[in-house]
Design a protein around this ligand. Sequence first.
Ligand SMILES: Cc1ncc(COP(=O)(O)O)c(C=O)c1O
Length: 356
Amino acid sequence: MTAIWQVDQQIFQQNVRQVQNGQPIMAVVKNNAYNYGLTFAVEQFLEAGISCFSTTSSNEAIKIRELAPTATIFLMNATREFDVLRTHDIHMTLPSLSFYKAHKQALAGVKVHLEYENLLHRSGFKTYEEIVEVLEDHAVNDAPKMQITGLWTHFGYADEFDVSDYETERSAWLNIVENLLNQGYSFDMIHAQNSASYIREGQIFPHHTHARVGIALYGSRPYSSLSRSMILQSLTVQANVIQVRTVQAGQHCGYSFAYTAERDHTRLAVVDIGYGDGVLRTRAQHDVLINGRRYPIRALMMSHMFVEVDEHVEAQDIVTLYNDELRIDDYTFKGVGANSEQLSALNLDSLIKEYK
Ligand SMILES: Cc1ncc(COP(=O)(O)O)c(C=O)c1O
């Protein structure tokens, strides 16, 4: 018996179509498609009619090209492997004025999207003026040069409702877009919205060509006020009860006094999954599901956990950590960790991986 990570393809596909809702989507497939598997995810998105992808790694971008020969592929991290970009027709972010100045000649023939830094401060041009400086310099440059095909930003606060920062970054960005278009500049692609922004706005911003969506496509709600039926989780993570042990009050269980039994005849299920399989310590502060009942995790080890159970649980019973009832996003809202953090932690080298 080994713990299993399993995705229901039909539910995955249903969710993608529900989120897509007929809108033009750029699917974010970075980090092995949020750990759902790059090949699987790209194939599912293509089947749903999505043919635009973004990632942060050039290796993943090349793999997407092999899977989707005619897709638009956008690399969100700048690379200096310009030949790779040209050879595989991969668009790339232009992350700063200094990058442009340093690589102006070498970028010839590369398709770039000008990035606006905004409140995240991770990458991008600092100001409207910096963007215009590049556009003007580009216009008068007669030498072989890059192709400016896009304009983009990333919001750092779209999932936040209690502070005004999303409004701030949103209006700064929309002003930039409006001003550039009013100045006569045009772009084949303009994209900004992640899942939270796309869903809370209920539409794609004016003049934008795509919403750049990740987590919602993978079945997790970006914020808690969304109904569960709006976004469907296709992922199940299940382990097994290897044996049930009985301990007495005061006995310490697990490494370094991890758990001390409070009552005599405490029944502890030894379960074959642990932090080595990607179960976060914060997740272990919450229940699991065995035979339709909830039971508390008492100690987390590398390949095992103790779950305190009652007389209804026996060896070989199935222990559910995540499914459509114990959703990744529920635990996000309980403070376990970001949706993507929980997903990425799951160790697909140690868990059985199955698409059913
Ligand atoms: C630049 C960029 N765009 C889009 C996304 C997608 O965000 P989400 O998964 O919240 O939809 C991410 C994810 O972190 C990102 O880094």
